[in-house]
Design a binder for this molecule. Structure first.
Ligand SMILES: O=C(O)C(=O)C[C@]1(C(=O)O)C=C[C@@H](O)C=C1
Length: 324
């Protein structure tokens, strides 16, 4: 009997409990849907040059977005002055002048454009002189910041420097992410070989043979060229670009495919080397200075300075000093 009584009461209690739980859950869901709905109505996505910024729509229907976030996407410098309660969005040009120095990123391994001399621990070369002249024109000092070819773009985008200078090839893949100045030098990819092999390598076909050994540095246009054009020759990646001409001279590798200007430079100083096809290179390229996207005031100032350098023959003088 006791057992019968117990089984009769249980379904009623269980039913009531389930009803209470379901009721609470449903009312919570309705409440949270209402909350989400009002949140999503207030939050706005602002697209600036392809970057998504999170904003809020205020009660008067205005879109509120962080000034810092917008400035950053537009390549501008954003500062907050608490004393005057002011947000300042300025061109990098103004920031550099106010800061008193320009930060120039450079690889330091590409003669005659940029070379970090281990004896003096100073950068030297064509573009190092050019950077000093640019700083002088702006009335500021120059700070050189070492970068590498594989990390050049990453370092620029991380704002480690204002501009990169030092034998940088103008390439669309870089222009998509940053901004190039006008060109200042033209060159082409050509082979640096041993002088005794002068008659052996007269075309790309002569070089792209399975018995030929090519040395290439990573991350730049040399490597891009080798990847695109060399199918049969043996390719060794040499981390330090400065070691490859010596490896060619000493017979460790047979060929370095590089910029004709660099090939001519090494052949001039080492009589074991020869700059083949430098008057008829495999490609046509231009060098330029690389800086951040979006800041037209800064870009105009760099291009203006370069026009002056061309007009007054200063680039020509740098070529005479470093290249010819
Ligand atoms: O990437 C570039 O823009 C360069 O021109 C740099 C680069 C390269 O192509 O790897 C050019 C020649 C030097 O031997 C080293 C670096």
């Amino acid at each position: 009997m006791r057992y019968m009584k117990k089984s009769y009461k249980a379904p009623w209690r269980v039913g009531l409990t389930i009803c209470i739980i379901v009721g609470v859950l449903v009312s919570n869901m309705i409440f949270s849907f209402a909350q989400n709905d009002s949140l999503s109505k207030n939050s706005v996505q602002v697209l600036v040059d392809g970057s998504v910024l999170e904003g809020v729509l205020n009660a008067s229907g205005q879109t509120m977005v962080s000034a810092k976030a917008i400035g950053k996407v537009l390549g501008r410098d954003v500062t907050w002055d608490a004393a005057s309660n002011t947000v300042k969005i300025a061109s990098r040009l103004d920031t550099i002048i106010e800061r008193g120095y320009i930060r120039v990123g450079t690889a330091g391994d590409y003669k005659p454009f940029t070379y970090l001399n281990p004896e003096t621990n100073e950068f030297e070369g064509y573009d190092i002189d050019a950077a000093k002249m640019l700083a002088e024109e702006l009335g500021v000092k120059v700070e050189f910041i070492k970068t590498t070819w594989p990390t050049l773009m990453e370092d620029l985008l991380a704002d480690k420097f204002d501009i990169a200078m030092g034998g940088i090839s103008r390439r669309m893949s870089r222009q998509i992410q940053a901004n190039f100045s006008q060109p200042y030098i033209e060159y082409g990819k050509s082979p640096l070989i041993r002088i005794e092999d002068k008659e052996k390598y007269k075309s790309l076909e002569d070089i792209d043979q399975s018995h030929v050994h090519i040395g290439v540095n990573p991350g730049g246009t040399n490597e891009a060229f080798v990847k695109d054009n060399i199918k049969n020759a043996q390719v060794t990646v040499v981390q330090n670009n400065l070691d490859i001409p010596i490896k060619v001279a000493e017979g460790e590798v047979d060929v370095m495919i590089t910029d004709s200007i660099e090939a001519l430079f090494y052949a001039k100083y080492d009589d074991r080397l020869y700059a083949a096809l430098s008057d008829n290179p495999f490609t046509k390229n231009q060098m330029g200075y690389l800086f951040h996207r979006g800041d037209s005031i800064f870009a105009d100032a760099i291009n203006f300075w370069m026009d002056q350098m061309k007009l007054t023959g200063e680039f020509e003088k740098l070529s005479k000093k470093w290249v010819q």
